[in-house]
Design a protein around this ligand. Structure first.
Ligand SMILES: *Cc1c(COP(=O)(O)O)cnc(C)c1O
Length: 501
């Protein structure tokens, strides 16, 4: 199976090339030319194996230039009980409340307590194998822009991986204290971290510019290095996310929550549009999904887009208590639009140009209609996010983080508006302990301690749930990275960091 660029149809690359390169030269994203199709019998067969078995089947169907052994090795190394706390890396908590049935798909049992681990524990395996296939002997330099969780998950995935270096940029005031501490204390000999004076969109734009800067690329080439990406612009990030939607369906089937062939709704707290896009791919491969519910926080650019067909990033940027969704330019939307226009790369290139030059674009009526048929967009502000956390805890005895709460709230709005009570999978994207302060404020009236670690212990005592070990151990970890730089200084920071300035 080969991959095209969303902005230039003449670019055709193998899976290994798409993963090694991360982004196409002209700025487009790689998308599969076709999708494997699974029948209900295939889905039934998947349900009879475990998470790793499901992953192996799906990877094999997408990664044509990987051997079976390479895929098996990668999957077996990534999804271990040691890393994910059990043999099921993506367990479901079932919550039935009133007439709604929520299957809360907990994607945060990995080493950094956020769903990014689901992809970033396997990406280094796929990426180093890809680089070996297409750029044999080169060192891969992974540049990451993060709104908090990707950075840490990528650092943890790539630390001390031979043939790679990784550099992470995060917005100086845009991550939670726990997220900052996770990154600043990162271990490993090939890692570096810098805070930038700007928001996530500035960091992401800065990284994309470095990727496509010919001078910098030439400098890397002279030194036998090449850039790659661990952001969800990389196909190797999206593919692992397709697996857990199939796996959730299989688990619900086995638990008797649905019958084979029943449709489900999918609810995703959305930022860069990677997670929800993975569920869209799953549907196009045959997974019975009725509606994609796209949940945003006050940065509700996607809610408006789904309603109006106009994507307008010229709006106030809010720093919220769900920081991993504080995003106004959702990169992976480009892939969805490519598919909704039946692969009209020229059109996509035009819209993306308008977005970067004028800050907005409007899609055609037929694209808008398709979008509205498949997607529901809604948003939830900080106050309602906290209220939802409190209600979920009080009424359902379920403690969820701020991002998951946004999803639950928007799902409730959806049911209210439509009366559609189809069984819903809610993607739960982070451990509540990553956002202890906001979660505590939502579930307790007591006066809170001001230290982040005292807060996690307080939350644990209040709710009688354990602090995840990877977060508890940060308390005594040494701070290694304190660099802050301007957006303009990012290229220099990269070259300095690589020692090739
Ligand atoms: C990254 C992230 C999101 C947003 O996911 P996208 O794939 O970027 O849409 C939501 N919640 C958490 C906790 C995250 O880390």
């Amino acid at each position: 199976m080969n991959y095209n660029s969303t902005r230039d149809k003449s670019k055709v690359v193998s899976a290994a090339q798409a993963i090694a390169q991360g982004i196409s030269d002209e700025g487009g994203l790689f998308v599969p030319q076709s999708l494997p199709k699974y029948t209900l019998d295939d889905i039934k067969a998947l349900s009879e194996t475990d998470y790793r078995g499901r992953a192996k089947k799906i990877f094999a169907d997408f990664l044509g230039d990987f051997t079976e052994q390479e895929i098996n090795e990668s999957v077996d190394a990534a999804y271990t009980a040691e890393k994910f706390g059990s043999d099921d890396p993506a367990p479901i908590s079932y919550i039935e409340s009133g007439n709604t049935k929520m299957s809360v798909l907990e994607l945060w049992h990995g080493p950094t307590c956020a769903f990014k681990d689901m992809a970033l524990q396997i990406l280094p395996h796929l990426l180093t194998k890809s680089v070996k296939k297409v750029y044999s002997g080169k060192e891969a330099v992974i540049l990451v822009a993060t709104s908090g969780d990707t950075g840490k998950a990528a650092l943890e995935g790539f630390k001390d991986v031979d043939g790679t270096k990784i550099m992470v940029f995060y917005p100086v005031n845009g991550v939670s204290p726990m997220q900052k501490r996770q990154m600043a204390t990162q271990k490993g000999n090939n890692v570096s971290v810098a805070a930038i004076e700007g928001n996530f969109d500035d960091a992401q734009t800065g990284v994309k510019k470095i990727f496509t800067n010919a001078d910098i690329k030439a400098k890397l080439a002279e030194n036998n290095m090449l850039f790659s990406s661990a952001n969800s612009i990389n196909w190797g990030r999206l593919l692992p996310q397709v697996v857990y939607y199939f796996s959730a369906y299989c688990d619900m089937l086995k638990e008797g929550k649905i019958a084979l062939g029943d449709k489900i709704n999918v609810v995703v707290p959305t930022g860069n549009f990677g997670n929800i896009l993975a569920s869209y791919y799953a549907m196009n491969m045959g997974l019975p999904i009725k509606k994609f519910i796209c949940a945003s926080n006050s940065n509700n650019v996607l809610t408006d887009f789904i309603k109006t067909g106009t994507y307008d990033k010229k709006r106030k940027f809010y720093t919220t208590i769900s920081p991993s969704m504080d995003i106004l330019v959702s990169s992976n939307l480009e892939r969805l639009l490519y598919h909704l226009t039946d692969g009209n790369a020229e059109k996509i290139a035009g819209w993306m140009k308008q977005l970067s030059e004028n800050g907005e674009y409007t899609v055609d009526e037929d694209v808008k209609a398709k979008l509205g048929e498949l997607f529901y967009g809604g948003y939830c502000d900080d106050e309602n996010t906290k209220k939802t956390i409190g209600d979920m805890y009080k009424n359902e005895n379920y403690l969820c983080d701020t991002h998951t709460a946004v999803a639950v709230n928007v799902y409730q709005q959806y049911v209210e508006e439509t009366n559609d009570t189809t069984a819903a999978v809610i993607a739960s994207t982070a451990s509540p302990y990553k956002f202890a302060k906001s979660v505590l404020e939502a579930v307790s009236d007591k006066e809170l301690p001001d230290d982040e670690f005292a807060m996690t212990e307080f939350l644990s005592a209040e709710t009688k749930t354990p602090v995840p070990a990877p977060l508890a151990s940060l308390k005594d970890a040494e701070v290694r990275f304190t660099l802050e730089c301007s957006v303009d200084a990012m290229p220099k920071t990269v070259l300095d960091g690589l020692g090739i300035n």
